[in-house]
Design a protein around this ligand. Structure first.
Ligand SMILES: [Zn+2]
Length: 221
């Protein structure tokens, strides 16, 4: 059945096609502070289950260090394990995540600027704090790189960042979709955002390296 799977390879095993999507809530405690977050995962059924188990494992290892996290984490762990058992093929959910991220199905129409919004939003949200100045700077850079960049549209994508897969996963999906020039433009956008506050933090550098590697960026000339 043509509708049964989405014709992209799973970003984890690279073999099976995209079949399942899941959102996993987690909580991380830092002695007294804590934060709740959630992670979007798309892949083949087997890999999505595996990733959920891994994430649940991470939650159980580092989710305990504050009183609030101590109370909520057991519930999230149980949720994580139950959610893992419930992963089934769900092409509709996969399609929804791809379209939220601006990634068309093969043969669909690709909008480079939409992909720029998604990757930038997902990168800005990667450290779990969205700083308004960072978003404004990203928009200023965006209008210089993409002629059809729309700030209002970008702000909308940032506000809905929880619908986006992680930057590393997005980059893997994009490796087979974007042309070399498209990859250069999108990566240049991310690099400019990350460098805009003068110091390129170690985590930003690492994230950019993973994105470059996963999207199979050609080596810089
Ligand atoms: Zn897989």
């Amino acid at each position: 059945m043509a509708d049964d799977h989405v014709a992209y390879p799973c970003p984890y095993c690279g073999e099976a096609s995209l079949e399942a999507a899941a959102t996993l809530p987690y909580v991380r405690g830092y002695v007294l502070a804590f934060h709740f977050g959630s992670k979007k995962i798309v892949g083949c059924t087997k890999c999505v289950r595996l990733q959920l188990l891994k994430e649940t494992g991470i939650s159980s290892a580092i989710g305990w260090f504050s009183p609030t996290a101590l109370v909520s984490n057991p519930f999230l762990l149980v949720y994580g394990l139950a959610r893992t058992a419930l992963v089934t093929r769900n092409p509709a959910a996969v399609r929804k995540q791809l379209s939220d991220a601006g990634i068309p199905e093969p043969q669909g129409e690709l909008s480079l600027v939409r992909i720029g919004y998604s990757l930038a939003a997902s990168m800005i949200a990667a450290d779990s704090r969205i700083e308004p100045e960072e978003v404004a700077t990203a928009a200023e850079i965006g209008v210089q790189i993409f002629k059809d960049f729309d700030k209002a549209e970008f702000n909308k994508v940032v506000a809905n960042h929880q619908n986006l897969p992680e930057p590393a996963e997005l980059a893997t999906l994009l490796s087979g979709v974007l042309t070399d020039d498209g990859k250069d433009a999108v990566y240049g956008f991310l690099l400019a955002i990350a460098s805009s506050d003068d110091d390129l933090a170690k985590e930003e550098r690492e994230l950019l390296d993973v994105v470059a590697e996963n999207m199979k960026l050609r080596p810089a000339a």
